[in-house]
Design a binder for this molecule. Structure first.
Ligand SMILES: Cc1cc2nc3c(=O)[nH]c(=O)nc-3n(C[C@H](O)[C@H](O)[C@H](O)COP(=O)(O)OP(=O)(O)OC[C@H]3O[C@@H](n4cnc5c(N)ncnc54)[C@H](O)[C@@H]3O)c2cc1C
Length: 434
């Protein structure tokens, strides 16, 4: 639904802050509509944002020689497919190992759907069917971000929600994966809206993919799509925004540059916006409520672990684990002996703790020697609101901000976490307002 097509002016100057998938999709869609003056600004010296493919050299391998420091799985989206075709990305994908659960207490490895449970196979299948049917309501491509008003009511914690729905087997099977992918130590408190939105991504996959969770990556590395797409746009990299002032036009300043725009699309985190912009009272009120956590990716060469694994860690030990214990681990290329580990971090977590938790995890998995390949990558993660804010209609208020002072916001906070969500929200924003 484009509501102000009458104001279509292809020559206006549009600034986009952030060259991750959301900012680049906004640029691409604007370009497709005929807009000619688009400038993309990013603080980093590369594009892709949280999609970050890193090359490693190992002459002995037939493998791709790439590991992912950010986005792991390519999740289905028609827009993603369209861009992959447009930019000549190989249609054959690098398929990751299927996800299995490693139980720290027993050392057993099993499919998430075969973990110990009081439910028979039939009972499990019944819950699976019921759950995926429920998810259908949240799988609509035309329903970007948290605009669907049902999310407002989904503010209770997810363990409560699963119990009420009679889906406790699904909780046991899928929550370790959801926690490893997004929630970490917030597992008890993250509102159901966030959990359902994450799991709704699974509903875009066919039945076998849902069951085995053997998701793909791009052969070229996930970042390559964004490198190719970005090369067709006007980019200003290595530019951290220092000031945004809005009047008749919008002035954006960095230490070495200044731009003037008629419209601004902000795809960087909103706390950064508050730090540099002449924020309105409504922007300040909403953005100061956003909560984030941190997550790390640690890449190590490890001896003695099985090849081609993707384990989600389940803790049935009698002791709780540190909040910064790895929740998932996989070999980045079959036979490479290079493994990625995924812990979360709280305010007190140090790099030494992260590394010692990885070493402990490797020991429990039967590995013998760990050599980190550089420093951990640390990401600002999971912009979200409290249950109370959700209930009070924060996302509805957020949508009302769109277009005020010719400024638009599209990022993980508005869209939800994942590349498809970022892209689809950006496309929706362009379709609706430009
Ligand atoms: C470890 C990890 C695993 C993930 N796994 C998956 C997965 O398997 N599948 C999936 O679909 N998604 C996954 N994601 C999530 C996905 O990567 C993100 O949701 C998505 O990339 C967000 O895109 P974005 O463009 O909204 O934000 P970002 O990618 O965060 O881009 C924002 C951009 O803004 C720039 N920026 C920030 N501040 C400023 C500033 N002040 N001035 C200028 N520029 C600024 C940043 O440099 C960045 O380039 C994963 C992410 C991580 C970190």
């Amino acid at each position: 639904m484009r509501i102000n097509r009458l104001t279509y002016e292809p020559s206006i100057r549009i600034g986009i802050v952030g060259a991750g998938c959301t900012g680049l999709t906004a640029a691409e869609e604007l370009h497709d509509l005929g807009y000619k003056n688009i400038t993309i600004i990013d603080a980093k010296n590369r594009v892709g944002g949280k999609t970050y493919s890193i090359r490693y050299a190992d002459a002995s391998l037939q493998a791709r020689g790439i590991y992912e420091g950010g986005t792991v799985w390519l999740l289905p989206s028609p827009l993603y497919k369209k861009y992959r075709k447009r930019y000549g990305i190989s249609p054959s994908l690098h398929v990751m190992p299927r996800v299995q659960v490693f139980d720290l207490g027993t050392g057993k490895v099993s499919s998430p759907f075969l973990v110990e449970s009081k439910y028979s196979l039939l009972g499990r299948l019944w819950q699976l069917r019921k759950f995926f049917q429920e998810l259908d309501k949240y799988t609509l491509y035309s329903d970007p971000g948290y605009i669907n008003p049902t999310y407002r009511g989904m503010n209770e914690s997810s363990p409560q929600w699963f119990n009420k729905q009679g889906l406790d087997f699904i909780r046991d099977a899928l929550m370790p994966i959801a926690n490893a992918a997004q929630f970490g130590y917030l597992k008890q408190e993250a509102s159901t809206a966030y959990v359902i939105r994450l799991l709704a991504l699974l509903n875009r996959c066919n039945f076998l993919k849902k069951l085995f969770l053997n998701m793909p990556q791009l052969q070229e590395g996930n970042q390559e799509l964004w490198n190719r797409l970005a090369a067709t746009h006007h980019l200003c990299l290595g530019q951290t925004i220092e000031r945004v002032s809005r009047g008749q036009t919008i002035l954006v300043k960095t230490a070495s540059n200044q731009w003037e725009f008629e419209r601004l699309i902000w795809t960087a985190p909103v706390d950064d916006f508050l730090g540099v912009a002449d924020a309105s009272r409504a922007e300040a009120d909403i953005f100061s409520r956003v909560r984030t956590i941190k997550r790390a990716v640690i890449t190590c060469k490890v001896e003695g672990l099985p090849a081609n694994i993707f384990y989600v860690i389940r803790n049935t030990l009698n002791q709780s684990l540190p909040t910064s214990y790895p929740l998932a681990i996989y070999e980045v290329d079959p036979g490479s002996k290079i493994y990625n580990f995924y812990p979360f971090m709280d305010e007190t977590t140090t790099v030494e703790e992260l590394e010692s938790n990885v070493a402990d995890c490797v020991k429990k998995l039967g590995g013998t020697q760990v050599t980190p390949m550089g420093q951990p990558l640390i990401w600002k993660w999971f912009s979200h609101f409290s249950a109370e804010d959700l209930k009070d209609g924060i996302y509805q208020r957020l949508e009302m901000l769109q277009g005020n002072q010719n400024t638009y916001f599209a990022n993980e906070m508005t869209a939800g976490v994942s590349v498809p969500y970022g892209m689809e929200y950006a496309a929706y924003l362009v379709e609706r307002f430009f």
